[in-house]
Design a protein around this ligand. Structure first.
Ligand SMILES: [Zn+2]
Length: 410
């Protein structure tokens, strides 16, 4: 699969870091350039309905090669890379036949070490693609794009593999939570889809948090400190009292698996007004509702305790658990599972402790679980991927297309 690696190495040369402060879509010029290149590549592959829209969403279809009806399925990946680390001048290193121990990244002191990342112990004998220690790699999610296009190329090259209509979509600004904003589900045309945006081989995800944000706004009174006696109400003191009313054990640093949390993510402090920004996460809808009610109860309590000043609470929902939208269609997960098993990959089903574009797309009418890319340590300079894992992702995509066609064969 020479094409797969060449393709991936070509894609990571595009700087497509998304920019949260830019409110245009796409949020960075590099994504536009990359989208245009992908658009041309899909045209060249001879796909139908190849489009690029004004927000740089790229879509295309591979037409069915069977004479019976099969639901159209989709594969989706995102073009941007995380704002958390530079994606400019990415210089990938290929480590052939990894034999354990530290991997020097580039010429500096930076290493990729099994002490920090014990999963490296499982990768002896594999071929790794790492960074040079200065940037992220961009396997998140250019590996997904390379894997999808290579799988499509294989389906075109081998007409003996039956498949229905395969829709592919590449989205901008996923890393800043906007990848679904302008996604035209109807135009995309699939009944369900898979994002190819997961980590290690076998990952299959269709559960994520129910999520909300909460602003705790504390109102005080600002007076010159020299004449403040009996008049000043320091909103920062009110805010700190509130922070201490929240349960310490229900924070990201103290939870895992299916446990939810309250997370104080930032604060803007002043005497007259202080604001605490929380995110609320829970895998159950009732659990999230209980968290909202808990915060309101604490705000009410604090307001009762205060003789001066006040607190208010503003809560907004962010996204919901896609499980609600995916579970009514068990074949979506089943097809991914049997395809992985067919490819010798053990499915690792686990909840996503975050949100994905797939979650939002699921609630827009396109159920959309997430499948592995084969990558590790996304969003930082220690990001890497195995060539073997990428090849397995390609095989799984091809097999999902095939198994879906066979499933609907009369
Ligand atoms: Zn991603």
């Amino acid at each position: 699969m020479e094409n797969l690696i060449q393709r991936f190495l070509r894609y990571v040369t595009y700087d497509t870091q998304s920019k949260p402060k830019n409110h245009h879509c796409p949020s960075s010029a590099g994504q536009k350039v990359f989208a245009q290149a992908l658009y041309e590549e899909l045209l060249e592959l001879g796909l139908s309905d190849v489009t690029i829209d004004s927000h740089s969403y790229v879509m295309a279809k591979l037409k069915s090669n069977v004479d019976y009806p099969v639901p159209a399925i989709g594969f989706i990946a995102h073009m941007d890379t995380s704002p958390d680390a530079s994606g400019k001048h990415v210089v990938p290193q290929i480590v052939e036949n990894y034999q354990g121990g530290d991997i020097a990244l580039g010429k500096g002191d930076e290493v990729l070490s099994p002490i920090q990342y014990p999963e490296l112990h499982q990768l002896h004998g594999k071929n790794l693609i790492t960074t040079d220690g200065n940037t992220l790699l961009g396997a998140d999610n250019k590996a997904g794009i390379a894997e999808i296009i290579t799988a499509i190329e294989m389906l075109i090259a081998d007409p003996s593999i039956p498949h229905g209509d395969i829709c592919i979509g590449f989205t901008p600004d996923e890393e800043i939570g906007r990848g679904a904003n302008h996604f035209d589900v109807e135009k995309f045309g699939a009944e369900w889809a898979y994002t190819i945006d997961g980590g290690p081989v076998g990952e299959l995800e269709y559960e994520n948090f129910h999520a909300a944000t909460a602003e705790v706004i504390c109102h005080g009174v600002s007076v010159h400190p020299g004449t403040a006696k009996g008049k000043m109400v320091n909103a920062m003191h009110i805010a700190s009292r509130f922070v201490l009313m929240m349960p310490e054990e229900e924070t990201p640093q103290n939870t895992e698996g299916y446990e939810g949390f309250f997370h104080l993510s930032s604060a803007c402090m002043g005497v007259a007004k202080s604001q605490l920004d929380y995110i609320l996460r829970d895998f159950e809808r009732e659990g999230l509702a209980a968290r909202k009610a808990f915060m309101q109860q604490k705000v009410d309590e604090l307001n009762k305790q205060l003789s001066k000043g006040s607190v208010e609470l503003v809560i907004n929902d962010s996204y919901a658990n896609m499980k609600e939208m995916v579970e009514p269609h068990p074949h979506i997960i089943e097809l991914a599972k049997v395809s992985m098993e067919h490819c010798g990959v053990e499915p690792l089903i686990k909840p996503i402790r975050g949100g994905t574009d797939g979650a939002r797309l699921s609630f827009m009418g396109l159920p959309c679980p997430n499948i592995f890319t084969g990558g590790y340590n996304f969003h930082g300079i220690h990001e890497f991927i195995t060539i073997e894992g990428m090849e397995q992702a390609v095989s799984v995509i091809v097999t999902v297309a095939e198994k879906t066609a066979l499933h609907y064969k009369q």
